[in-house]
Design a protein around this ligand. Sequence first.
Ligand code: SAH
Ligand code: SF4
Length: 359
Amino acid sequence: MIMTEKKELLGLDKKEIEALIAEIGEKPFRAKQLWQWIYYHGETDFDRMTSFSKDLREKLKAGFTITRPKIVAEQVSQDKTRKWLLEFADGQRVEMVYIPEEDRGAVCISTQVGCAVGCRFCHTGSQKLTRNLTAGEIVGQFMTARDAYGEWPSPTDETRLLSNIVVMGMGEPLHNFDNVAKAMNILTDGAGIAISRRRITLSTSGIAPRIVDMVNATGVRLAISLHAPTNEIRSQIMPINNKYPLEEVLEACKTYQQQDGSRYITFEYLMLNGINDSLENAQQLIELMRKYKINAKFNLIGFNPWPGCAFQPSSNNRIHAFAKVLNNAGFAAPIRVPRGQDILAACGQLKSKKEGSKA
Ligand code: SAH
Ligand code: SF4
């Protein structure tokens, strides 16, 4: 076999690793071992794969690589939120954030470079779509966070610091369906990285026809970026609503809820001053959920403004009044305190700042 370029192993699923092991003339049980080296031990150096013969290690070294994204910049906020700017082989960059809660925390990962959805309040959306990330690049982000915290081999669920994953970085995950689904299935495999499906939350702007498919393909939890109670307001801030209006998104949510069997669906709701934050809007939201018989929980998100953006964050008073209306109607509506503000740990901001300073 003549190889011109070494093949990247990160991002291969079990079947692909099995095929590769057969291709290089090794016995099938080696596939399981290689899987564990890559995803359970987090090993990137073939020489340290001690259960392999020298001959096999040389063979792997000659034809393959296991590459992590390169860390270009790293910042730690006063509240311990940690942020990385990561670069892939072709020079494209995304950001990743670790948000610690008391004794554990969530890593926020990206699925695309840029995003084609173009939500008006989102800095990533103002950057257009450059390309999809591969499954390896998606999984590689979380593995880089594990490298930083020394969480190899995969610790048990009870002891790990990086306990949860939120797919809420750059990009619309349902626009990169196959790679995202593959990455989710690698991240949750029990013999590897072993993050429970219930500890992964994937956020979507509401690509209605793919919502149920993603639940079926991966079993991870979904959060829906709702942000408005009417089509009129939603289309104004999220042009994607013209393609997939509220009715279609909520019908899909209803099916998802029935299939998933979870107690509630999480809706993200960005609080934009004077746009979607009136008490009437809260009431409309309640009526909408009752109409579709959806068991909903709302995360009220404080808006992180960015230079050139047309929106302002709602005042704390307004957010609390909005939450109260929802609470009184029986809906949980925790207010998400923005984290890592001193390091601009919001959607798209670190990346843009670096690129701005480069220009
Ligand atoms: N594309 C997906 C996931 C990434 S965005 C989605 O839209 O759901 C993750 C969350 O951050 C979304 O709810 C998004 O609406 C929100 N968001 C975008 N820009 C923001 C900003 N400037 N301040 C606060 N939240 C923002
Ligand atoms: Fe894309 Fe999500 Fe930003 Fe909208 S909010 S532009 S879907 S990343």
